[in-house]
Design a protein around this ligand. Structure first.
Ligand code: GLY
Length: 365
């Protein structure tokens, strides 16, 4: 098992361990006490496969532990679900010494973390991601939140967990779609920070699609290294952390417009293609580099056909609620090369005119 730390130098005493290859129950035992009220929050699918057994094992070890779940899926990531969880915890008289265990994918981690951020003005939580996407991206760095009718993740808080436990055994039950959903987030990180790793993913894509555990472990460890470093430098997303939103401006709009029928990774993949096309149209990214990514995404079945029925103007309109907007103008991450973000002075984001975005959308379709 590997243990590393995420340390936030801006905030005194904020440092927490990240365990890779953790055996959940054993590590949890070392992170919580018998005086604390443990609250597992999960969704109904993960509850069936892992939640009920974790609950039982913790009870057998003498912990006070409750288990709450909600309907799986992005549609559940709402203030309503958050409130239902909070009321259930209040009804069970969970006090300040409660520790939430967020057991699940990105939706569970984001909601459970947001409950932790506001319950009795803030309690501890532990991230236990069960999907590749959550292991690589959403469980790292303290972003928590819910969606609203106006868009994705518009309500939330930065609330760092007590610890993050990654057990690769969870990947054994992932569908191929879920695997691709997570791989896109790794590809996103590598495209913005690590050309060599991106090319490795291209070379190893067959193994990755077969869920080969050694290759997946390598991807997770490498992506984790970059994500931790970026969050340590810019926890509150004032500048550099925005590169992690590569592909997300269009991606979030697409998810929202499709009523979350298009999965996050697929939507972000299409958003990445648009931002790469813009980079190419503006003369930054060479055409051959753009083609390498489209070839890889074709292997993942991420192709513009997914958005054939969506009007580009509707998509642009939907980006206006994106968090990264300032004064009605939408901002994008662009690349100079695969692995190299184009900066404008010190800024990692670019304000773009709608015409260039529309042109890119039309060209990739
Ligand atoms: N998922 C993007 C970030 O954590 O900043």
């Amino acid at each position: 098992m590997i243990r590393t730390f995420l340390t936030l130098p801006q905030r005194a005493a904020t440092s927490y361990p990240i365990f890779l290859d953790a055996k959940i129950i054993e590590v949890l035992e070392s992170l919580v006490t018998h005086e604390e009220q443990l609250v597992i929050i999960t969704d109904h699918r993960v509850k069936k496969i892992y939640g009920t057994s974790l609950h039982r094992e913790l009870l057998e070890r003498g912990f006070h532990v409750l288990l709450f779940s909600f309907e799986a899926g992005e549609q559940s990531k709402t203030s309503k679900t958050k409130e239902e969880l909070e009321l259930a915890m209040l009804q069970a008289a969970c006090g300040r010494k409660s520790v939430i265990i967020a057991l699940g994918g990105g939706v569970v981690g984001d909601i459970a973390g947001f409950v932790a951020a506001t319950y009795l003005r803030g309690i501890d939580y532990i991230q236990v991601p069960t999907t590749l996407l959550a292991m690589i991206d959403s469980s790292i760095g303290g972003k928590t939140g819910v969606n609203t009718i106006y868009g994705k993740n518009l309500l939330g808080a930065f609330w760092q967990p007590r610890a993050l436990l990654i057990d690769l055994d969870f990947l054994k039950t992932l569908s191929q779609q879920q695997l691709i959903n997570g791989l896109v987030e790794a590809i996103k990180i590598f495209l913005t920070s690590d050309r060599e790793a991106f090319l490795m993913v291209c070379n190893q894509i067959d193994l990755l699609l077969e869920a080969d555990s050694t290759t997946l472990r390598w991807v997770i460890q490498r992506a984790l290294k970059h994500k931790v470093a970026i969050v340590q430098r810019d926890e509150r997303e004032s500048n550099e952390r925005m590169v992690l939103n590569f592909g997300h401006t269009i991606g979030h709009a697409l998810e929202h417009l499709s009523n979350y029928k298009i999965m996050h990774g697929y939507a972000v993949g299409l958003g990445i293609l648009v931002e790469l096309k813009i980079s190419q149209l503006l003369g930054f990214l060479p055409q051959e580099e753009f083609n390498i990514v489209t070839d890889l995404f074709a292997r993942l079945k991420i192709t513009p056909a997914i958005i054939a029925k969506i009007d580009p103007k509707d998509l642009l309109r939907a980006t206006l609620h994106d968090k990264k907007n300032l004064a009605g103008s939408t901002r994008y991450v662009l690349l100079d090369q695969l692995g190299v973000v184009r900066k404008k002075g010190e800024a990692f984001l670019h304000f773009l005119d709608d015409t260039i975005v529309l042109r890119a959308l039309k060209e990739i379709r």
